[in-house]
Design a protein. Structure first.
Length: 359
């Protein structure tokens, strides 16, 4: 009797990280049981439906503490359509209201900006009033890059919700509300009609749910550079060559390397951060350079795949959220808008084949 199995989903020993199968993700298939074959019993049920898969993602129950989902999922190979990752992402999004309220109260109680997260009082510094990145110059660098390498740019495919997740998100919120009423989870977040790319960027989770497979090679190349020497043009060049002109993968690879562990309290002490030039236009260099870099490439990535007006709306919305949670930061507002501007410029240059000429 032939036995057919769905593609495996494994757990890395000692890590608690669930791995997704490579490729487009497994299609649901009938599963047979060896015990059923030997006893003549009926076939056992199919693997859990997507809704059941979402609901079984829960941490161990601790007496006296509410159940909370933490981001334990990690892709180990690229998968542009990933049902298992979608289930984990949906449950992770359920924590957004709690985290927003917690961050807001924490900010109000501290009366500090993110730059002061280590508990020390930073010296006063002037936040630059001029845009820190010359987007047009970066566009000209991109034209030079295309001509020098001979690699023709393409927009590339985008990470999408799996068919199972799309179907589930129509009424899945109400299933999770029922699960909450039974004490099985925290209160869920409504399933807003947003793309997977938008939600991954908004939560800073692209490095967990949207690998390109080029991240290690890019980080290795950057770590060979002298401290404070890597410019946005340098990063773009390295990632572009690694991804053979796929601009979506180029910007996403950069974003994944830059935004690894964005909630780490000491994220600016990560070794890679020493290699990046100080992108902000502050005096002295005490602003949030970590956010400056990954915000720029993140908003550029979104703008590459969306109309320019929508990308600018999202960039300004992100700035408004940062003001609410962290206080105003003129440089971050510049960075968000300029990232969107650069992504739109790349999108337009590919559409018009402007990469073939240099003004």
């Amino acid at each position: 009797m032939r036995i057919r199995e769905a593609a495996p989903v494994t757990t890395l020993p000692g890590s608690g990280l669930t791995t997704a199968p490579a490729g487009e993700g497994p299609e649901p298939v009938d599963r047979y049981s060896l015990a059923a074959e030997s006893t003549g019993a009926n076939l056992i049920p199919r693997p859990p439906a997507f809704a059941e898969r979402v609901e079984r993602i829960r941490p161990p129950e601790v007496p006296g503490q509410p159940r909370r989902v933490t981001p334990t999922y990690q892709q180990t190979s690229p998968a542009w359509v990933d049902p298992e990752g979608d289930a984990h992402l949906i449950r992770l999004l359920d924590r957004i209201p709690e985290r927003l309220i917690g961050a807001l109260f924490s900010h109000l109680l501290r009366g500090e900006k993110w730059d002061q997260r280590d508990g020390s009082v930073r010296p006063p510094h002037r936040v630059g009033r001029e845009a820190p990145v010359d987007v047009q110059a970066l566009g000209r660098d991109f034209q030079d890059l295309v001509r020098e390498t001979g690699i023709r740019p393409t927009l590339g495919p985008e990470h999408k919700w799996s068919p199972e997740a799309k179907k589930y998100r129509r009424l899945g919120f109400w299933r999770r509300v029922g699960n909450w009423m039974r004490g099985g989870q925290d209160f869920p977040t409504p399933d807003v009609p947003a793309s997977k790319l938008f939600l991954l960027l908004a939560t800073g989770q692209t490095a967990r749910f949207a690998l390109t497979g080029k991240e290690s090679a890019l980080e290795t190349a950057l770590m060979r550079r002298p401290d404070r020497s890597v410019t946005p043009s340098d990063l773009l060049r390295e990632s572009y060559v690694l991804n053979q002109g796929d601009l979506y993968a180029t910007l996403l690879t950069a974003e994944n390397v830059l935004a690894r562990d964005p909630y780490d309290p000491r994220r600016d002490e990560q070794p890679l951060q020493r290699k990046l030039e100080y992108l902000r236009n502050d005096t002295p260099e005490v602003g949030d350079n970590f956010a400056a870099w990954y915000h720029f490439f993140g908003t550029a990535l979104y703008a590459l795949k969306r109309p320019a007006w929508l990308a600018q709306v999202v960039a300004r919305t992100e700035t408004a959220g940062s003001i609410l949670l962290e206080g105003p930061d003129r440089q971050e507002a510049f960075i968000n808008r300029q990232g969107a501007e650069f992504g739109s410029l790349l999108r337009r240059m590919v559409a018009e084949e402007a990469h073939l000429t240099r003004n």
